[in-house]
Write a protein that binds this ligand. Structure first.
Ligand code: AMP
Ligand code: MG
Length: 513
């Protein structure tokens, strides 16, 4: 092409003061050594269109929702333009996938644009997912289909509203291009916000290369960003490991208490910050069943609902192994380091159980702790399993039953054998009578612990179908509104509280990468 005098001055509007979008990016991770990542830019897409901007989150991050919705802002969300100050990188990491170690995974379809400091002073990563191939893409196309983007948007926002630590959805755009999976699907790009994208697998990446210097740099970075208190102790790396174990133990307890099944708890999908990350074929339980698996790729049930605590401990053991050289050094030798790491890992069970049992007591309306409370909760859960009772609805209707026995009729209908509930309810009521709270106060406290609205699988599927088949995003918008206040009673949203009818039921969820 010949440069000509009358060529447009510039297609770049980044200096245009009317709609220019200023994101005050920091790039601390990009200042680590080059072997931590690969510098990449997104591959532009044909015709980006905005699906949704999460205005509240945009504002919390100190960004301008109006500017993000301009063509220039959408171009940034689609990877067609690099925002001023952004140094895009794809992060290196390894991971155990379904128990098998892969020494190099990395961001194969994601790009870290940079970090921003939110209003509270907390640092967050902003990442595009589905923005094109990177050095880590292997055979993948680096793209995302619309369905998984909407799923991640809904599920991560639902988890946030439920009070569970999680990455967040900042925006979603369609690309105007197709992606080829089992079928040809519309492409989309998801903008994710995370406390960071450090994973257990990031540590494994350096450990697998016997790169102790890299492991130390990474640990020091993670401590400064997520566990600054660890740096003040005599054994910072042990304190760091303890910190991750504690946050993850409490995170999994929260998953269990709302019936969340992650579906792909590989070590590369286990965050260092303690947030739920990488929403793939995840789902919330309907009928209570500890062996429940939704993911079509989890053939062995490795990541079944009831296995999640054990699998998290397994993943944290891989983190401890990766940190061993650092822990051994500060502990005064290999033997001492091993003993320290074992001790640290042994704390998981107690932290998990304490969080789980406290959560179960809240769900059942108990403000105090009695010796038999766990047994009472376990008895209910085993009756729910035997009777295929809907997990969310059982606990929500128990809130009314705590206020009045009149509501027992509704709980009973959730049990295949209603008498099984009656037997348990007698013991439960005797236990509640031992506390002084009024029935109304107790019911209100229970409603704050037992959601009414969760993103039920058949409704998430209906949202996706409507977007793909009819380009109708209204069900998506409605669902976002519904899941934003999960603990409120909103009679007009009754359909979001109902379990799937048999013909609506989603049997399997797909990764859809
Ligand atoms: P995930 O399923 O998100 O946990 O991804 C596992 C690994 O596969 C990560 O390294 C991803 O970056 C990579 N990956 C997943 N989907 C794609 C894709 N469409 N193109 C390239 N890499 C991918
Ligand atoms: Mg992943």
């Amino acid at each position: 092409m010949h440069p000509t005098a009358d060529a447009p001055a510039s297609l770049d509007t980044s200096n245009d003061s009317h709609n220019s979008i200023a994101i005050d990016f920091a790039n601390t991770y990009a200042k680590l050594p080059e072997r931590f990542y690969s510098r990449t830019t997104a591959m532009p897409v044909a015709a980006p269109r905005l699906i949704k901007i999460n205005e509240r989150l945009v504002l919390q991050l100190g960004l301008d929702p109006l500017a993000l919705a301009t063509p220039e802002g959408i171009a940034i969300l689609a990877g067609n333009r690099v925002a001023a100050g952004s140094e895009p990188i794809a992060l290196a990491y390894a991971g155990h996938q379904f128990g098998h170690f892969v020494p190099q995974l990395g961001d194969g379809r994601a790009l870290l644009l940079g970090e921003v400091i939110a209003q509270g002073g907390q640092r967050y990563d902003i990442q595009l997912k589905g923005s094109g191939p990177t050095a880590f893409s292997r055979r993948g196309d680096g793209r995302a289909a619309l369905g998984p983007v909407l799923r991640e948007y809904i599920l991560s926002e639902a988890m946030a509203a439920l009070g569970v630590p999680t990455t967040r959805a900042l925006a979603a755009v369609t690309t105007g291009q197709k992606v080829v999976r089992e079928t040809v699907l519309p492409g989309a790009i998801f903008t994710r916000v995370a406390a960071s994208h450090l994973r257990v697998g990031t540590f494994q990446y350096f450990a697998a290369r016997s790169d102790i210097e890299g492991t130390k740099l990474l640990a020091d970075y993670a401590i400064a960003r997520h566990y600054p208190e660890a740096a003040l102790t005599t054994h910072p790396y042990r304190a760091f490991l303890d910190g991750v174990i504690s946050r993850q133990a409490r995170l999994v307890a929260q998953w269990m208490l709302i019936g969340f099944i992650h579906g792909v708890m590989n070590t590369d999908n286990t965050s260092i910050s303690g947030e739920t990350i990488d929403y793939g074929p995840c789902a919330l339980l309907e009928a209570y069943d500890p062996a429940k698996v939704y993911s079509s790729i989890d053939q062995q049930g490795r990541y079944a609902y009831g296995n999640q605590p054990a699998m998290m401990l397994w993943n944290l053991t891989r983190l401890a192994e990766s940190l061993l050289p650092l822990i051994a050094k500060e502990s005064g030798g290999d033997e001492a380091g091993l003993a320290t790491a074992r001790e640290s890992l042994a704390s998981f069970e107690g932290i998990f159980n304490t969080a789980l049992h406290a959560g179960l007591r809240s769900k059942l309306g108990m403000a105090t702790h009695r010796e038999d409370d766990e047994a009472l909760a376990v008895d209910l859960l085993s009756r729910m399993a035997a009777n295929r009772a809907d997990f969310t609805l059982t606990f929500r209707t128990l809130c009314d039953a705590a206020a009045s026995t009149d509501a027992d009729v509704r709980v009973r209908t959730l049990f295949a054998d209603p008498a099984s509930y009656d037997e348990w309810a007698g013991a439960w009521r005797r236990r509640l009578e031992s506390e002084s709270a009024s029935a109304q106060d107790r019911a209100a406290a229970m409603r704050a612990a037992n959601p009414s609205i969760i993103p039920r699988n058949h409704l998430v599927q209906a949202v996706i179908d409507s977007a793909i088949e009819r380009e109708d995003f209204r069900p998506f918008e409605e669902m976002l509104d519904a899941i934003s206040r999960p603990y409120d009673d909103r009679p007009e949203l009754e359909r979001y509280t109902r379990p799937a009818r048999p013909e609506e039921s989603v049997i399997a969820t797909f990764c859809g990468t």
